[in-house]
Design a protein around this ligand. Structure first.
Ligand code: GTP
Ligand code: MG
Length: 177
């Protein structure tokens, strides 16, 4: 049986405070903190996953600062990305609208070696909160209109759909590999 190892660079982008660092921290360390510590620049996390009997996947997660003042750096961070997570906060309508700009920013600065767009999943984070500012129908429509491979509601706090959403994205990357 042949064993294969894959290394994928996964970007995590979206507005400040939507929960990008929390998603990565839940996924990689199974931890959550309710305190906010702004990411400065970018943080890296590596996670090795036994994907199947034959395949090992090394995920290099690039947790990119979402606050406005850091956005000029994105071109450098996006280089050679294999996949991307675009996250918003379901209680913050502006952060939902911003996902268009994040997706456009990515598509204008990065592509796969084949020339295809970097596969991107949309995450509706903080789904544990009740005061949603956008409907699921609207998110579904938005996801299709703007070329996401799909969307999921997630909660880094309650550990809902975190590993599932990463698996969905990485499965997609593996299929087109
Ligand atoms: P920047 O680094 O500034 O870009 O922010 P970020 O997107 O990394 O946000 P971060 O993960 O730091 O989370 C911001 C705040 O939201 C923190 O207080 C978190 O505890 C909180 N938070 C993150 N995810 C969730 C979630 O799923 N549910 C709830 N209720 N709160 C969350
Ligand atoms: Mg952060």
């Amino acid at each position: 049986m042949q064993c294969r190892e894959h290394l994928f660079k996964i970007l995590v982008i979206g507005d400040g405070k939507v929960g990008k660092t929390s998603i990565v921290n839940r996924y990689a360390n199974d931890k959550f903190s309710k305190d906010y510590r702004m990411t400065v620049g970018v943080d890296f996390t590596m996670k090795v996953v036994q994907w199947s009997d034959t395949d090992t996947v090394r995920l290099q997660l690039w947790d990119i600062a979402g606050q406005e003042r850091f956005i000029s750096m994105t071109r450098i961070y996006y280089k050679e990305a294999s996949g991307c997570v675009v996250a918003f906060d379901v209680t913050n309508f502006n952060s939902f609208c911003s996902c268009i700009n994040w997706k456009k920013d990515l598509d204008s600065k990065a592509m796969l070696p084949s020339g295809a767009l970097v596969p991107c999943i949309l995450l509706a984070n903080k789904c544990d909160l009740t005061d949603w500012a956008v409907t699921k129908e609207r998110i579904e429509q938005f996801s299709q209109e703007h070329g996401f491979i799909g969307w999921m509601e997630t909660s880094a706090k309650d550990n809902k759909n975190i590993s599932e959403s990463v698996r969905y994205l990485v499965d997609h990357i593996m299929m087109s590999h």
